[in-house]
Design a protein around this ligand. Structure first.
Ligand code: GLU
Length: 419
């Protein structure tokens, strides 16, 4: 494991710098607040050596970045993806810091990642890679230090292997070291669908504020992975008209609303959107620029960019992916009066139920699904209310308001520590 140290402020991750600068320019944050958030606490990297099934050894670069720990142990997922980089991991760790502060759970923010295409690995290779990640980072993680969780291409099975590896090294049980585990290993009820349920709760509050009716609200969702598929299901149950969904292979469209129940079951079975009857096939780009009430990017970052921002026709955007709108596109949408519900609010349901999982683990309790979902609803409603109040007080966008709310809390913790 290599300590990457802190980078100079000139090379800080682009998104973090742009967002902070924007707030500083309009004098919404002070130099002191800039200083606190400009640099991560700790960045570590390791080249993970994994024995492949054919006997060869491959090396996978990996990272763990703990951005700010003033509010508690750092928290954030581990991503397995070919595009993982130190900069991306840093941006995501910065966003986790703000996300945990927005929903007011007692954590700082972190993120991890491995540069790998997991679809090219066998199950055994994936397990060896997951265990190797923990062997590399076990010194810097722990239930009171830094608590990983799933992110893109990682799931409960992988969290289970990782917890097991950590416990082997430590020589004691420690289920609170990682969240998003299978319920058999101390995972929380409702964790798998938590990001989406949180998103549906926030969407309801936002739609209500716009004076719209769920039943007349047309929605297009980009991404039909864990987050997108559960969100489609929750919104469909709440009466929204989900007219389009997509995955990597393309998108399907039905102006009268897709039967999401049927699609969900079918997709689980064969992983193919296009098997669905009575829908039109369209391209992913077309989905992003459709004339709908709500566009919900729920896949990966950098989807609404300089290239397509002028073609966006949606009346509002709810960000379920992390960082789906680039700063330039965000500014453009703001100028056009298209509201964006930011990722650090809209998708915070996942880390909130991760917090509930950790609470259950460290107190040796198990909560039922109703309790988890009720508590999630309370946290999401409070967060939305807090951000809205800030938006009204400061006359800002929802994103700025969410940033400001979060930064207030991080700064208060830093000050109380006397840092
Ligand atoms: N990866 C998720 C996120 O970006 C969850 C993180 C967690 O549960 O710690 O919010």
């Amino acid at each position: 494991m290599n300590d990457l140290g802190n980078k100079s402020t000139e090379t800080i991750c682009e998104l973090c710098q742009i967002e902070l600068n924007r707030l500083a320019e309009v004098e919404l944050i002070t130099d002191e607040e800039m200083d606190i958030l400009e640099q991560p606490n700790r960045m570590v990297s390791a080249n993970l050596e994994v024995k492949m099934d054919d006997g060869s050894v491959r090396t996978f670069p990996s990272f763990r970045i703990q951005y700010n720990n003033a509010r508690g142990p750092t928290k954030g997922g581990i991503r397995f993806h070919p595009s993982v980089s130190q900069d991306e991991t840093e941006e995501l760790a910065f966003l986790m810091t703000l996300k945990c502060a927005v929903v007011n759970i007692p954590y700082g923010g972190a993120k991890g990642g491995v540069v790998v295409d997991p679809s090219q690995l066998s199950e055994q290779e994936l397990e060896r890679l997951s265990r190797e990640y923990i062997r590399a980072y076990h010194d810097v993680i722990g239930p009171k230090k830094d608590i990983p969780a799933p992110d893109i291409n990682t799931n409960g099975t992988i969290m289970g292997w990782m917890m097991d590896e950590y416990e082997r090294i430590e020589g004691e049980k420690s289920p609170g070291v990682i969240t998003g585990k299978p319920p058999k290993l101390g995972g929380s009820k409702g964790r798998t669908s938590a990001t989406s349920l949180g998103g549906a709760i926030i969407t309801d509050l936002f739609v209500d504020d716009q004076g719209w009716d769920n039943k007349n609200t047309d929605v297009a969702i980009q991404g039909f992975g864990n987050v997108g598929s559960w969100l489609a299901k929750f919104l469909h149950e709440r009466g929204y008209n989900v007219v389009a969904v997509s995955d990597v292979a393309g998108a399907i469209y039905d102006p009268n609303g897709i039967d999401i129940e049927a699609l969900f079951d079918q997709y689980e079975e064969n992983g193919d959107l296009f098997e669905m009857d009575g829908v039109d096939e369209i391209g992913n780009d077309e989905l992003l620029t459709m004339d709908v009430d709500l566009l919900i990017p729920a896949a990966i970052e950098d989807q609404i960019t300089e290239d397509n921002m002028e073609d966006i026709q949606a009346s509002a955007i709810v960000e379920m992916a992390n960082g789906p709108t680039t700063p330039t596109a965000d500014e453009h949408l703001r100028d056009r009066g298209i509201p964006v519900v930011p990722d650090i609010l809209a998708n915070a349901g996942g880390v909130t139920v991760s917090y509930f999982e950790w609470l259950q683990n460290i107190s040796y309790e198990y909560w039922n699904k109703e309790k988890v979902q009720k508590k999630l609803e309370n946290y999401m409603k409070d967060a939305y209310k807090n951000v809205k109040e800030k938006q009204n007080d400061e006359e800002t966008s929802l994103r700025e308001a969410a940033y400001l709310r979060a930064i207030d809390r991080v700064k208060a913790a830093e000050q109380a520590r006397g840092r």
